[in-house]
Design a protein around this ligand. Sequence first.
Ligand code: ZN
Length: 413
Amino acid sequence: VNKYKFSERHTCRMCGEEFTQTAFKLSDSPIADSYHDEANHEPKFPLEVFVCSSCGQVQLKHVVWPDEIYKEYIYWTKTSPDLQAHFKQYSNDALVKINKNNGLMVDVGCNDGTLLKNFAKRGWKVCGVEPAENISAYLTKENINHINGYMDIDVALQIVHEHGQADLITCNNVFANVNDTDAFMAAINELLKKDGTFIIEANYLLDMLKNQVFDYIYHEHLSYFSLSSVNALCQRHGMEIYDLQLVNTKGGSFRSYIGFQSKHVIQPIVMQQLAKEVEIGIHSANMFKMWMEDIDTKGRQIKSTLTQLKSDGKTIVGYGASATVTTLIHHFKLTELFDYLVDDNPIKQNTFCPGTHIPVKSSSELAKERNCIIAVTSWRFTDLIHKNNPQLNSPSHIFLRIFPNLEELGDVN
Ligand SMILES: [Zn+2]
């Protein structure tokens, strides 16, 4: 049974340059979010990272993903209050930048239509594109105009046929998962009006570097974008980035405003940020190698600390069972050290961390423990998790920040 799609790239998906050298490798890892109810069940795949010497695109060499991943999607925008407010602000900002008050707006990967509704409220004609069948059924019920599928040339032509070309196309937190970015851009080319704007919002490589979010690297994320790589892709398709916002969603993202060449005034912030990327050295595989070496040093410290605690007879529980945790546990080789993980999301409870025998339980399980070490595996949320769990104070438990710095946390007052 071929459960996974698998291919290997030899050229940059953004500019076509040939790969010359691997920047770094993470340990082989299973598909990061495949938390299932069987231990040691998921196959592992290489996580090899290339940096394009021409455009600075960071990307995985091996393209692997479950065939069915987007058919039944469990993430709903409307359940996140943060994202509700975010997309309201997004539509305000975009309307100022694009200098249009109405027209056709298309949201690619529209999820439950949160952003579409914001534009519809302002009198725009809207159309979503959404691959997940369960979410599409919801959109139909809510009477939100959409197409159930992936953005490609056929879908683009169908929209043009039914509604005409788009004044605005948006693509938020979706582009990193697109394998054939050239085909995607060709579809955008057909769909967008000559004076229209295409917005890509995605995680920003510079923030990933700065915050050492190496565990965001897993197979679902094929690309880690710099602006220079996005601009290189645009230029291949007669387009360019003309404006830019840096936003703090998902640990640091960019929102790039893209148009056909010479149709918009390029704002100074675009040139400034492109120059900054060169300065930081995003075209240099060596810079990434050093970045990863620093992270690996920290990983060895975490492993030796947890190994010591384990040999002292402590129970070690990881707090957080997400896709990033799969990367963290496999890359730092911590599988043997955790007795179990806990997660507050019921979907994760009573599963196993992919590719391991580590069970995932409810955090209520911790009340039964004495003298246990709580190592926060969802490390970006360490302070929040610590603050939300005053009942787990010492002496019964010890909270441990594991990354980016090892630190025992005091009691919550
Ligand atoms: Zn490239």
